[in-house]
Design a protein. Structure first.
Length: 319
């Protein structure tokens, strides 16, 4: 069964006709993450959830304003979640515990400038796509959550951002996007991240719970490097929850603003301190769950005239 999964993934990716170098890298990365994770543990039947997240600035919370279509304009991620993880993967979050969840993901992110011409205006961010696979582990106790992740992928034409955006716009009858010939060039990249958060229950019973969470994180890699801190409030009643939070980031490197690490490319002058505000809700009915988030981020580069908003919708199937 495992070898059939690997062969199917390989056949699927080999059928794509975009940039051979990028496809080879993504093919090997996907087979590596999904293959060794399943083979090394013997918990192939312990899938606990399937999740699909869609980010888009079309979902932005707005009143009397047109839909946005720039900056971080679209994202899509599929994740398979497992109960348990091999010890060599879980040690960063719980070296002596078994209550670890493992997530394996495939995703894409799309970034575009605000200008509509053949080339972005001076000071604007470049066109960019990021196609990646990721593995994450998380351990949760009554008061502490620890999480670590690694993402590997490619920028440039192999990220398929132009094809994705053009296809979506054609499907919706929207305008034709021009300027993708100036996107960040092909380059492999990676991102490592570690986070730890503490939780405090202000009140807790079977039907109602108010939780405050605060956490810090650090990221290293060619795609994103920096530190972050956040504080969140979650109010739960049965299977329904509402939440809100604030986040601050001190960004050392952002490939989608600074440009590619090892090749010449367009870039924008990033702002190193960025704030984020979000609110949302989550509902679970039986095996099905849905969550909606609305995010506002402060200006991320000098040429950005104001903050940016986008929405995120996650659907889940639990086992």
């Amino acid at each position: 069964m495992i070898f059939k999964i690997q062969r199917s993934l390989g056949d699927l990716l080999s059928g794509l006709s975009f940039s051979p170098h990028g496809i080879v890298i993504m093919r090997k990365s996907i087979v590596f993450l999904f293959g060794i994770s399943i083979c090394s543990s013997g918990w192939a039947q312990s899938v606990s959830g399937l999740h699909m997240r869609v980010d888009n600035d079309f979902f932005a919370f707005r009143v009397g304003r047109r839909a946005l279509d720039f900056d971080y304009t679209s994202g899509l991620e599929f994740e398979v979640e497992f109960d348990g993880a091999p010890s060599w993967m879980s040690w960063p979050v719980a070296p002596n515990r078994d209550d670890v969840t493992l997530g394996l993901s495939l995703g894409q992110q799309i970034y575009t400038p605000r200008s509509r011409g053949q080339r972005e205006s001076p000071g604007e961010r470049p066109f960019a796509g990021w196609l990646y696979v990721a593995a994450s582990v998380e351990s949760e106790t009554a008061s502490t959550t620890r999480a670590a992740s690694i993402s590997v992928g490619v920028t440039g034409p192999p990220a398929l951002a132009e094809q994705t955006q053009s296809s979506l716009h054609n499907l919706l009858g929207s305008y034709e996007v021009t300027g993708w010939e100036n996107q960040l060039p092909f380059e492999p990249g990676f991102a490592l991240r570690y986070e730890i958060a503490r939780r405090f229950h202000l009140t807790q019973n079977d039907n109602f719970d108010v939780e405050v969470r605060s956490g810090v994180g650090i990221g290293l890699g060619t795609i994103w490097s920096g530190t972050s801190s956040e504080a969140d409030l979650v109010v739960r009643s049965g299977k329904f929850a509402v939440f809100g939070g604030v986040r601050g980031e001190w960004i050392w490197r952002n490939e989608f603003l600074d440009g590619t690490a090892f090749r010449e490319s367009d870039s924008a002058e990033k702002i190193p301190i960025v704030g984020q505000l979000e609110f949302g809700a989550h509902l679970r009915i039986g095996r099905f769950g849905v969550a909606a988030r609305f995010i506002t981020r402060s200006r991320e580069y000098d040429g950005q005239p104001n903050s940016h908003q986008y929405g995120s919708l996650t659907t889940s199937l639990y086992f």
